[in-house]
Design a binder for this molecule. Structure first.
Ligand SMILES: Nc1ncnc2c1ncn2[C@@H]1O[C@H](COP(=O)(O)OP(=O)(O)OP(=O)(O)O)[C@@H](O)[C@H]1O
Ligand SMILES: [Mg+2]
Length: 256
């Protein structure tokens, strides 16, 4: 693919000329929007356009390739699995990439279409925030996990601060800054990457939300920020510090 992968465009250093390196410019908002919609449509095809459905299992920025027109293609079906008719989920040996794996799949090996939705949500957050899914070298307590961080920014009313700064620079004054739509995309990313399966939309519902055909529901509480230092297990129940409001989560809840 002439334009390589999404990860390079989001995270490779922007080299300042002298003929060295690829010299990638930050992706513009129209490019980011069309990449997100292309990936959502690609996944909707895998989940609903073919029978039996295909679960990709390795949706991440390096597996999204960009063609000459910067249209996105979902690539790398090395881990893809076909569902079986009438089966709600597969239980399978876990494969995939840290930072993009749905918790119920990582912990219990339970694979459904919603595992791909989770990874898609993480990619949406990377695109909208310009930050990597997971940073183990982060100086903040524990690791930096984009899902926890974006959720806490929204809950703190700092939604605009979560967006990639380059998105908010209005270089072209004739092009009004569509902040409302950017924020909607960010919220859909958070919803898709919710810890609890039942609160994640299907990819076709997520697509309708992105396109503005369906309202984005209020972002539900996230009972267990998985990267939070106060996360600990107590028998069969995950408990959390009372400072973080939210219902207690029983381990089985993640599977519903
Ligand atoms: N057809 C292609 N055109 C351009 N770049 C490609 C193409 N196929 C793969 N790549 C790039 O080649 C690199 C290696 O791909 P590879 O799939 O082996 O590793 P990965 O995507 O980082 O991890 P994973 O093995 O989990 O998919 C990646 O950066 C990928 O984006
Ligand atoms: Mg790959």
């Amino acid at each position: 693919m002439p334009n390589g992968n999404l990860d390079d465009h989001l995270f490779s250093k922007w080299e300042n000329g002298n003929g060295n390196g690829m010299g990638k410019k930050p992706l513009t908002w129209p490019q980011r929007k069309s990449i997100i919609l292309d990936v959502a449509k690609g996944l909707a095809y895998l989940h609903y356009g073919v029978k039996p459905a295909i679960y990709h299992r390795d949706i991440k920025a390096t597996n999204i390739l960009l063609d000459a027109d910067m249209r996105a293609r979902v690539a790398d079906f090395g881990l893809a699995k076909q569902s079986r008719e009438g089966q709600s989920h597969l239980t399978t040996r876990v494969a995939g990439t840290h930072g993009y794996l749905a918790p119920e799949y990582a912990l219990y090996g339970q694979l459904t279409e919603k595992s791909d939705v989770y990874s898609f949500g993480v990619v949406v957050l990377e695109i909208m925030c310009g930050r990597k899914a997971l940073d183990l070298s982060s100086r903040s307590p524990g690791a930096f996990l984009i899902t926890d961080w974006a959720w806490s920014m929204v809950k703190a009313g700092k939604i605009e601060e979560a967006l990639d700064a380059s998105l908010l620079k209005d270089e072209d004054s004739s092009n009004s800054n569509p902040k409302v739509i950017m924020e909607r995309f960010l919220l859909v990313g958070i919803l898709c990457a919710h810890v609890m399966v039942a609160l994640r939309p299907t990819i076709s519902d997520a697509l309708k939300m992105l396109e503005g055909d369906v309202e984005v529901p209020a972002i539900p509480d996230r009972p267990v920020p998985l990267g939070h230092p106060s996360f600990f297990t107590d028998g069969n129940t995950f408990s959390i510090s009372p400072a973080l409001s939210g219902p207690q989560l029983h381990s089985g809840d993640m599977l519903r």
